[in-house]
Design a protein around this ligand. Structure first.
Ligand SMILES: [Zn+2]
Length: 257
């Protein structure tokens, strides 16, 4: 992957990430995974040593990891999407034997940060089954603290070789950020996390919303890469991160360059 140095850096402070993230995802499940102490520490920038926490968690669980290379993992997703588009799904890993297998431990081969939109269902779109994909779904596929922490868990503990940020056509969260205006409840927190992508894609030729969705994918990828756990795995060649765009009408997932 190559990166446009003009892309905006994250403008959210850790406190803002925390406020928005907890409103969207909640901290309970992470507490269960990592322990209250580890979660509290990961949110404290002055004492932040997420890699150490994760390595400790990894040694506690002694997780086996996927034996796929990052390239092979990406090929498996691309081929799964091709089967889906061609209406030739294999529906793998949905039987009782698979349930029993993964009950003993999970070794997903890809982690995905996807929108919560009901029309974007990664297991179906990529023709994968139980235990194959570690998926974080949040409106606008934004990488706020809990989402980054979840993907850090996938990378640092479960050892996934591939991380995908999946945006999609007609994303309501990106559209809301584009249009502005008042929103009920705490929905504005989503808009806040997407706004830099709106600015970055302004003036580009083509469809305004599509451009903003793709810019948002790149923005959230940058936020994920600012994680020391994810950056370290990338640097060691253990992980590949890609951005992708899902077309609602055809079911096709295109990789962003
Ligand atoms: Zn969406």
């Amino acid at each position: 992957m190559t990166w446009n140095s003009n892309q905006p850096k994250s403008q959210l402070s850790r406190r803002q990430f925390f406020q928005f993230g907890t409103g969207i995802v909640g901290a309970g499940s992470l507490t269960a995974w990592l322990g209250t102490g580890a979660l509290a520490q990961s949110l404290d920038s002055s004492a932040r040593q997420p890699q150490d926490n994760l390595l400790a968690a990894a040694s506690d669980h002694a997780h086996p990891t996927s034996d796929l290379s990052p390239e092979a993992a990406l090929r498996q997703l691309v081929e799964g999407n091709q089967r889906f588009v061609a209406a030739k799904r294999l529906n793998p890993h949905e039987d009782v034997a698979r349930l029993t297998e993964v009950a003993a431990g999970q070794t997903p081969f890809a982690a995905i940060l996807s929108c919560a939109d009901s029309r974007v269902v990664p297991e179906i779109v990529f023709d994968q089954g139980i235990g194959d994909l570690f998926i974080v779904r949040v409106a606008g596929n934004i990488a706020v603290t809990e989402d980054v922490a979840s993907e850090e868990y996938a990378v640092g503990v479960l050892g996934v070789p591939l991380l995908v940020v999946l945006g999609h056509a007609k994303c309501g969260a990106v559209k809301a950020a584009l249009e502005g205006g008042e929103l009920p409840g705490v929905i504005e927190s989503l808009v806040f996390a997407i706004q830099p992508a709106i600015a970055a894609s302004e003036g580009q030729p083509g469809d305004r919303l599509t451009n903003a969705v793709k810019a948002n994918v790149r923005l959230q990828m940058q936020r994920l890469q600012s994680s020391s756990v994810i950056a370290s795995a990338l640097q060691q060649g253990k992980l590949k991160i890609v951005g992708a765009y899902y077309d609602l009408e055809t079911g096709t997932v295109s990789l962003l360059s």
